[in-house]
Design a protein around this ligand. Structure first.
Ligand code: CDP
Length: 202
């Protein structure tokens, strides 16, 4: 079965947690596409070359989740050639046999506009910064400033800006507990699977 769940939204909105839960529930593969941009951002040198030659080792680095890696990722993510170099891999992953969940910024709009399910997970900046601060520590005001800067860059760029797809279900987790958000996402996928015509046997 080919079935894609596209989960987009700004930093620390809960995309990763929801994506992992949906993937586990339905037995789908999961790709955190932000890790690709983080790996390009921290690699240094020419970002286009880094994206074209990204390796398994680059993606296994233990410094990809830092505040700095997030900022570096959003700086290289504005470069169209970087995005182009990462596109085919993400598309193949989305349409692989057995179902896939991808989370990022442009999955429902650019990488896989034909995705069966599109979710846009968001929350206000203060709530998101607080969550990221609980994860990373440091100075909360600095975490909020970095997150606002990254939001502005991700939404304002010309290439694949962050925005909800027209047909995305918006989940605002500002006041929605993560378990409730997961339950809504799972119910949405289930409803679609029930409504979909049965696949003919091959
Ligand atoms: O985990 P968090 O939401 O903080 O960020 P991430 O998903 O790891 O993404 C890091 C950065 O990569 C984002 O701020 C974007 O600039 C970029 N990104 C992107 O442009 N397109 C994607 N599909 C995923 C990430």
């Amino acid at each position: 079965m080919i079935f894609t769940v596209a989960i987009d939204g700004p930093a620390a909105a809960g995309k990763g947690t929801i994506s992992r839960a949906v993937a586990e529930t339905f037995g789908f593969a999961h790709l955190d596409t932000g890790a690709l941009y983080r790996a390009v951002g921290v690699k240094g040198g020419d970002p286009v070359l880094a994206a074209q030659t990204l390796s398994v080792e680059d993606l296994a680095r233990d410094d990809l989740r830092t505040l700095e890696a997030g900022q570096a990722a959003s700086r290289v993510a504005v470069i169209p050639e970087v995005r182009a170099a990462l596109l085919a891999f993400q598309r193949r992953f989305a349409r692989r046999e057995g179902g896939a969940v991808l989370d990022g910024r442009d999955i429902g709009t650019v990488i896989c506009p034909e995705a069966e399910i599109k979710l846009f997970v968001t929350a206000n900046a203060e709530v998101r910064a607080h969550r990221r601060w609980l994860e990373l520590g440091g100075d909360e005001a600095q975490v909020l400033a970095a997150l606002r800067e990254r939001d502005a860059r991700d939404m304002g760029r010309a290439a694949a800006p962050l925005k909800p797809a027209d047909d995305a279900l918006v989940l605002d987790t500002s006041e929605l507990a993560i378990d409730a958000a997961i339950a809504r996402a799972i119910a949405h996928v289930q409803a679609h699977l029930r409504a979909a015509p049965k696949q003919s046997p091959r």
